[in-house]
Design a protein around this ligand. Structure first.
Ligand code: ADP
Ligand code: MG
Length: 532
């Protein structure tokens, strides 16, 4: 081999960063993202306003939503965004917490790297710290029963505080708990499962947000198909039909060949006749409401209206399926299949005045329910929706896993102190890494204090003092600045939210600090299009 001759193994559109530079690059990206979301943490956190290239505006306090809109470019930064997305998918809350923790873990890692502690040792310490953290969480968690509405409401409250929902929190947390309890199913082992898609959130712009309500049934964003139909029907028996209610063209063609105007008249009479029969079948089956996934022919609309039936056409497939669960009915293809069993039942089906909404409510024991949110602007209802979504997810987490922990920086303080003690049992460099891991938890009470206008150092020191004296549930009262028992204050979160945040934060941090070489291929050098 020729000495001094560089061997080129990468294309020249690949940008390469190596060694400490690569680690630094990821640390900086994580820090930047964490800094962007940390001011939103907690009930007194601020909101972000994000504007997309097309000019759409989003105002939110939700970590996942912020990162979703931020369009992060940095490859390491994308992993951070993924943490938020996973957190949101898995547990539905705690996205800001996960990102802020990850940011702190990377900060601590930078400090350790500067002290020449090898990334492998850091990762080992973080792993040990994480295992210990999960164990401590188990110890701190308290059981919550399925019927414990009070506790479940507190959970929903805690997850929704700080979002624009504040003014109606009390009412909405009640709605959220009722909704999730209603759709939960009991398993043979006596535990509960919830399918999150069984709680649908629908929005209506125009009314005030105090009019939020739980609908034991379904809301469809469509009016009745024909003005002559009744605007409301009580004791609703709902036909759920997947196929169009009309005579298909091919059907007609194969039947008759039209040559004269008499035949034409006969033909349309025949068509009218079969459409009338179609309508009669529906009415005879006892239906007084029709939800049809496809179109409804004019003649059918006319006959249905004459019989006092309320009908909606072109209902989205998703809505029809949801209606089947909410109304305890079955979707059919043909009106002939309608009977007592396939029809859905509800107290009332009606068109909300001055809206495009059909509301079918008052089902006996629905397997799916709808939360109807209202507000004076689209921006507001969108943010309400994110808050209510968080609320339903934490209640679901608690119902499924049955464990909650204290919020307000309480568990984090306890974790910090106990993992610190644990670290001292090791000695050597790994002890430093475990201690660093322990320290990262302080970022939560610290940020909560900061965002509430208190001195972060004073408050975290005070919290630690209370914990040292045995106040294991003490957290920060973000309104007074006092340390107080968070269980008594009702500031609680599902254990699962914390577990997930710690796990994904730590695992991603370990992944990122092990990277010492980044090769980023720039776009534009791909093979020419159309080459066969
Ligand atoms: P995340 O996206 O992580 O859920 P949030 O903005 O919802 O972020 O803030 C969650 C944090 O706020 C948690 O640590 C929680 O314990 C804390 N928190 C919520 N309500 C209160 C409260 N009333 N008092 C003190 N801390 C609270
Ligand atoms: Mg939250």
């Amino acid at each position: 081999m020729l000495a001094g001759q560089p061997i080129i193994i990468l294309r020249d559109n690949v940008e390469r960063t190596r060694g400490f530079e690569a680690q630094r690059s990821n640390i900086m990206a994580t820090r930047a993202i964490a800094a962007a979301v940390r001011t939103t943490l907690g009930p007194r956190g601020m909101d972000k306003m994000l504007v997309s290239p097309s000019g759409d505006v989003v105002i939110t306090n939700d970590g996942a939503a912020i990162l979703h809109e931020m369009s992060v470019q940095h490859p390491g930064g994308k992993l951070v965004v993924e943490v938020a997305e996973t957190q949101d998918d898995e547990v539905g809350d705690g996205t800001t917490t996960a990102i802020v923790l990850l940011g702190a873990l990377m900060d601590e890692a930078e400090r350790l790297l500067a002290q020449k502690i090898h990334p492998t040792v850091i990762a080992q310490g973080y792993q040990l710290g994480m295992d210990k953290a999960l164990e401590i969480l188990d110890d701190l968690a308290i059981t919550v029963d399925f019927d414990d509405k009070e506790t479940l409401k507190n959970l929903a409250d805690t997850s929704m505080t700080g979002k624009s929902i504040e003014a109606i929190k009390e009412k909405v947390s009640g709605i959220v708990v009722d909704a999730v309890q209603q759709v939960a199913t009991r398993t043979n082992e006596g535990t509960y499962t919830v399918d999150e898609s069984d709680v649908k959130i629908k929005k209506q712009v125009g009314e005030t947000m105090h009019d939020a309500e739980l609908i034991r049934g379904v809301v469809i964003e469509k009016k009745r198909v024909f003005e002559q139909m009744p605007a409301s029907v009580t004791d609703a028996r709902v036909a759920l039909i997947a196929q169009p209610l009309e005579v298909t063209k091919t059907q007609v063609k194969s039947k008759i060949k039209i040559t004269t105007s008499d035949q034409m008249r006969a033909f349309s009479e025949q068509e009218r006749e079969s459409l009338r029969k179609l309508s009669e079948t529906i009415v005879a089956a006892g239906a007084n409401v029709v939800l049809c996934q496809k179109g409804i022919a004019d003649a059918v609309q006319y006959y249905l209206a004459k019989n006092g039936v309320y009908a909606v056409e072109d209902v989205r497939e998703e809505d029809l399926k949801f209606a089947a669960r909410a109304l305890c009915g079955t979707i059919v293809n043909k009106p002939e299949e309608l009977d007592e069993v396939t029809l859905g039942h509800a107290e009332i089906a009606r068109e909300l005045p001055d809206t495009e909404l059909t509301v079918i409510s008052g089902c006996d024991n629905p397997k799916a329910v709808t939360i109807l949110l209202r507000g004076t602007s689209q921006l507001l209802v969108d943010e309400l929706e994110r808050a209510v979504y968080d609320g339903t997810r934490v209640v679901q987490d608690a119902i499924e896993y049955g464990k909650v922990v204290a919020g307000g920086g309480s568990v984090e303080t306890e974790l910090q102190m106990r993992i610190h003690d644990y670290a001292t049992t090791f000695g050597g460099r790994v002890q430093l890494a475990i201690e660093a891991f322990a320290n990262t938890f302080e970022v939560i009470p610290k940020t909560l204090a900061e965002n509430s206008g208190f001195d972060p150092i004073d408050k975290t020191v005070a919290l630690k003092k209370v914990h040292a004296d045995g106040g294991r549930y003490a957290g920060l009262n973000v309104y007074t600045g006092e340390a107080m028992d968070m269980y008594e204050a009702g500031v609680i979160e599902p254990q699962r939210v914390k577990t997930q945040a710690i796990k994904s934060g730590t695992e991603t941090a370990m992944l990122l600090i092990r990277v010492d070489d980044m090769m980023v291929t720039q776009a534009g050098e791909t093979a020419p299009m159309g080459a066969e």
